[in-house]
Ligand binder design. Structure first.
Ligand SMILES: NC(=O)C1=CN([C@@H]2O[C@H](COP(=O)(O)OP(=O)(O)OC[C@H]3O[C@@H](n4cnc5c(N)ncnc54)[C@H](O)[C@@H]3O)[C@@H](O)[C@H]2O)C=CC1
Ligand SMILES: O=C(CO)COP(=O)(O)O
Length: 332
């Protein structure tokens, strides 16, 4: 590509920008904090968010959206979900007419209860839909940046454009699958973060492997229920952006969402954990959106509901376990 813009200079934006820049695409990494962009250019590493990854000369950081976007063939959106709408509004005047636009953000907007795909169409218009795609799957930024073998999926409604994005990201170490199930891929990526908080808490309490495996499996069941009601395929949820990312985030110590649950399971408060985390834990805000969505769509989401009650209604976490285990018995 002649130019790529990555909007969002956190851990994941930096890792994806590195992948694209290592492939010799001139890559602009936009940070909403100018001083971070200056530091990245000076030190050739994003010390704040991804200190382990040296960045190639093909990558340039900037705090100027117009500079990042002018002439870009591919625009990658990787800001936290709560900032997506605001950033897209700011970026809209500068996004080139034919640019492919790929979101790698995982989350559901509070209040509107929109997936990122719905936020993007809301802000950019239906006409842009064929150029939109969504990257998701089990992929810790640190491992991708280190060239550890990783598999992800890119979903989009238009085959040619999605294949173009698939090829843009693919490397010998990053295997990229393609999907046309935008809803399934997005719901899987967003809701696994909520289940990861529960799985982390189970580990923090000192529960065993059984509890974790039960949470992963029953978590997947409720994620699939919501995805289906929203028009996604349950098969997608058996893939990288469902089961794959759920297993990674519920078991991997690098997960920020799992860490939030783990520390709360060990007795720390949510505010204390978030103050010291230094990164976004999307599952916290998404727990509220997912709970509201479950109520709105009349979908039974017991694990999500308990995570919501612990995070937002100060329910004691151990009481949540008791309530989860003692619901009426039912068919699997
Ligand atoms: N870190 C990872 O391993 C992965 C993260 N993701 C997803 O990528 C998205 C971004 O996550 P990370 O890069 O890891 O987050 P991070 O916590 O490492 O960095 C967040 C970045 O967003 C910026 N930011 C915060 N508020 C902003 C605003 N209002 N406007 C513009 N920028 C703002 C921060 O300055 C920072 O650069 C999330 O949705 C996350 O779930 C997806 C896959 C892997
Ligand atoms: O989405 C991720 C890996 O696929 C990252 O998960 P955390 O945000 O919990 O670290």
């Amino acid at each position: 590509m002649s130019k790529v813009a990555v909007l969002g200079a956190g851990a994941w934006g930096t890792a994806l920008a590195k992948v694209l820049a290592d492939k010799q695409n001139p890559t602009f990494l936009w940070s909403h904090r100018e001083e971070l962009a200056l530091l990245i250019n000076e030190r050739r590493v994003n010390e704040r968010y991804l200190p382990s990854a040296p960045l190639p000369p093909t990558l340039r950081a900037t705090g100027d959206l117009e500079e990042a976007l002018a002439g870009a063939e591919l625009v990658v959106l990787v800001v936290p979900s709560h900032a997506m709408r605001e950033v897209v509004k700011l970026a809209r005047p500068y996004i080139p007419n034919r640019a492919l636009i790929c979101s790698a953000t995982k989350g559901i907007e509070n209040d509107s209860l929109m997936l990122m795909s719905e936020v993007l169409v809301d802000e950019l218009g239906r006409g842009v839909e064929p150029r939109l795609s969504y990257l998701s799957g089990p992929s810790f930024a640190k491992e991708v940046a280190a060239g550890q073998p990783t598999a992800v999926v890119v979903a989009g409604k238009s085959n040619d454009e999605t294949v173009a994005v698939q090829h843009a990201f693919a490397t010998e170490r990053l295997r990229v699958y393609q999907s046309d199930d935008v809803v399934g891929v997005e719901v899987g990526g967003a809701l696994k973060n909520v289940v990861a908080i529960a799985a982390g808490a189970a580990d923090g309490f000192g529960f065993g492997h059984n509890a974790r495996a039960g949470l992963i499996t029953r978590g997947l069941a409720e994620i699939a229920r919501i995805a289906m009601v929203k028009g996604g395929s349950p098969l997608t949820l058996a893939g990288l952006s469902g089961l794959g990312d759920l297993v990674l985030t519920c078991t991997g110590e690098l997960s920020r969402n799992r860490t939030v649950g783990y520390e709360m399971g060990r007795g720390r408060t949510l505010d204390d954990v978030l103050t010291h985390l230094g990164h976004v834990a999307e599952g916290v805000k998404t727990a509220k959106s997912a709970y509201d969505l479950g109520v709105k769509l009349d979908v039974d989401m017991p694990i999500t509901t308990e995570v919501y009650r612990v995070l937002y209604e100060q329910k004691p976490a151990l009481q949540a376990v008791v309530d989860l285990m003692n619901r009426s018995l039912r068919k699997e």
